[in-house]
Design a protein around this ligand. Structure first.
Ligand SMILES: Cc1ncc(COP(=O)(O)O)c(C=O)c1O
Length: 322
């Protein structure tokens, strides 16, 4: 890991001390939860802005609650620990933070209650997670985990085996990314991304009840769609074949950012090129996440280093949407 320190059980320690026993419950059974948080380097401000940090930690504490993990931290304390970690590591580039809470007992047995809870955060430099210039996607033969089996609403360590099955199948079949259906056969999400369709000028995305992780980026897209594009997102059930007739499709997530989809199951999306809305939204997303739009910076970007932002918006939103 390309960082000097990490945070583990209440203290900052040298990264090489970040080790757990092979008998750890969370390792043996996947009984833990995590977050993936991005920080963007802003050259003009000489600043790393952590994007929607509070919302990530609110979701993290919800995941903990579902898994019966209790941490001795508030959202504010987790925010402070995160900014301190990035400062200590001196990152001056785009970064990825991974908080993990897990069952730390060294015992055999699969229950959640009355166990030892542990917590770590790591940070490291990070670039693009997937291609953001046009993805070829395939509908997976692996169905999305159900809320009554392993709830997708919580970001549970073991649940990512479901994502890994779908992702590997997609790549090994020649696609870039998988789109998973619910057990009822409706569109759910990508292996680690939410999905949006543009249908007759409307933003459409699977509803929160479709076994999705309620993505922070999904929420950002809904908000930008309303405020900058003047369009309400329809959160509803989405049929598989709507993927074949949508005007545009894009995936979104902290890792994926805004990743346009140009084909699904060998059928071109729209004319097979990145669509105009996805393109503008992607540009806007990067401006916002990098802290270049003052009103969104105040709302969503947490500065790591002590300094006053100097940059003005490089581009007005209205110009981008022309
Ligand atoms: C399964 C899954 N869905 C959706 C997302 C997108 O969520 P977010 O935008 O909060 O990163 C992720 C990534 O964290 C994910 O792993």
């Amino acid at each position: 890991m390309n960082a000097k320190e990490l945070f583990m059980n209440g203290e900052f320690v040298p990264a090489e001390r970040g080790m757990i026993s092979v008998r750890t419950h969370g390792f043996a059974y996947g009984t833990g939860c995590f977050e993936g948080i991005r920080g963007y380097w802003n050259e003009a401000d000489q600043q790393v802005y952590l994007f929607r940090l509070r919302e990530h930690y609110e979701r993290f504490l919800h995941s903990c609650k579902i898994l019966q993990i209790s941490l001795p931290y508030t959202v504010e304390q987790l925010v402070d620990i995160s900014t301190e970690l990035v400062r200590r590591n001196g990152h001056r580039q785009d970064v990825y933070l991974r908080p993990v809470a897990y069952k730390a007992d060294l015992t055999i047995g699969v229950s959640l209650h009355d166990r030892i809870d542990s917590f770590i955060i790591t940070s490291e430099p990070f670039g693009n997670y997937i291609n953001i210039t046009g993805l070829h996607c395939g509908v997976s033969s692996w169905r999305r985990i159900d809320d009554n089996a392993v709830p997708a609403r919580a970001k549970i360590l073991g649940a990512y085996v479901n994502s890994a099955f779908a992702k590997s199948e997609a790549i090994q079949n020649g696609f870039d990314e998988a789109i998973m259906l619910t057990s009822e056969g409706h569109v759910s999400e990508g292996s680690a991304e939410n999905i949006f369709l543009m249908m007759n000028g409307e933003f459409v995305t699977p509803a929160s009840t479709e076994n999705i992780l309620l993505g922070i980026t999904r929420d950002t897209v809904i908000e930008l769609g309303r405020r900058e594009f003047g369009r309400i997102t329809r959160e509803r059930q989405v049929d598989r074949t709507e993927l074949y007739v949508a005007d545009e499709i894009f995936l979104c997530g902290t890792g994926a950012q805004i990743a346009p989809v140009i084909s699904v199951d060998h059928r071109p999306v729209g004319n097979g090129q990145v669509g105009p809305i996805a393109k503008k939204l992607q540009q806007l997303y990067f401006e916002v996440a990098r802290g270049r739009c003052p009103e969104y910076r105040a709302q969503w970007c947490t500065p790591v280093y002590a300094s006053v932002p100097k940059s003005e918006p490089q581009m007005q939103h209205s110009e981008m949407l022309d």
